[in-house]
Design a protein around this ligand. Sequence first.
Ligand SMILES: NC(=O)c1ccc[n+]([C@@H]2O[C@H](COP(=O)([O-])OP(=O)(O)OC[C@H]3O[C@@H](n4cnc5c(N)ncnc54)[C@H](OP(=O)(O)O)[C@@H]3O)[C@@H](O)[C@H]2O)c1
Length: 280
Amino acid sequence: MRTWLITGANRGLGWHIANAAIAAGDNVIVTGRNLEKITEAFSGYDAKKVVTLALDIAEEDQIRNVVQSAVAIFGKIDILVNNAGYGQLGPFENNSPADIDNQFSTNVFGMFNMCRAVLPIMRKETHGHIFNIASIAGLVGMPGASVYCASKFAVVGFSESLAQEVADFDIKVTVVSPGSFRTDFLDASSAHFGSADIPEYAEFSRKIRDSSERNNHAQQGDPAKLGSVIEQLALDPQAPTHFVVGSDAVQIASDRLNSRKLELEAWRELATSTDTPNQG
Ligand SMILES: NC(=O)c1ccc[n+]([C@@H]2O[C@H](COP(=O)([O-])OP(=O)(O)OC[C@H]3O[C@@H](n4cnc5c(N)ncnc54)[C@H](OP(=O)(O)O)[C@@H]3O)[C@@H](O)[C@H]2O)c1
């Protein structure tokens, strides 16, 4: 039986991934930064198999404590899902240094610290699977999401590298890049907007907010189906390093690969004119 540790599981994708794992009969440690919310989100579940713990992933000491508790309870962690995260939106210049620090403390450094705490356990077992939830915004830059994109590009680059560093320990890393899924991601309870008042961006900012409001809870991706897909991939030796998920994301990623290739070829001559001439 597999043991999962999932961050940000009290709602959204994390909740659905946890439910798919529970439906598969696995043991799951579900965490959320508010103990009351995470307990309520999983009330009525078998407490021997579904353990709820408080964890704000921006707090490193909490991470260490939760990982220790997980091992004390189930003896191992087979699957880590680094899901907790949010969107810091609006034009770059509207976001304060504190806004950006907070975004990276959660989406990037929190995930690093989770991996740092769990990897020794997986290395000892020479076994494990880490899912890092990035975004299509980690593969393609988007206006009005520069800070969020920067954090998710970091997740993608980190995960692709980590996958190669830990492959010899039989630990898999899959970076998941979802398109738009119907969660609270765009809701005022989750999304943050930079609040600096720069008149030149007023019109653009309004468009970003209007678009978020229009799409909130109207996204085409079904989070329950994403949960089921992650459950199917977990510990599959063939699981990919990059998993772009949702038809919108697959189309956007495919278009971007093609346009990147065209741009690369268009500039090949100038770009390859910089080598030192061969001395031999
Ligand atoms: N939905 C999409 O369209 C989409 C697309 C691409 C990527 N993603 C990514 O998917 C992940 C889950 O988002 P979602 O769509 O499920 O959004 P959501 O419904 O807003 O859920 C976000 C979850 O992350 C938690 N969280 C935020 N900061 C945290 C922290 N410091 N410590 C612990 N938990 C924290 C939230 O906890 P609280 O309830 O306490 O706020 C909540 O449980 C995020 O990483 C997001 O970037 C989502």
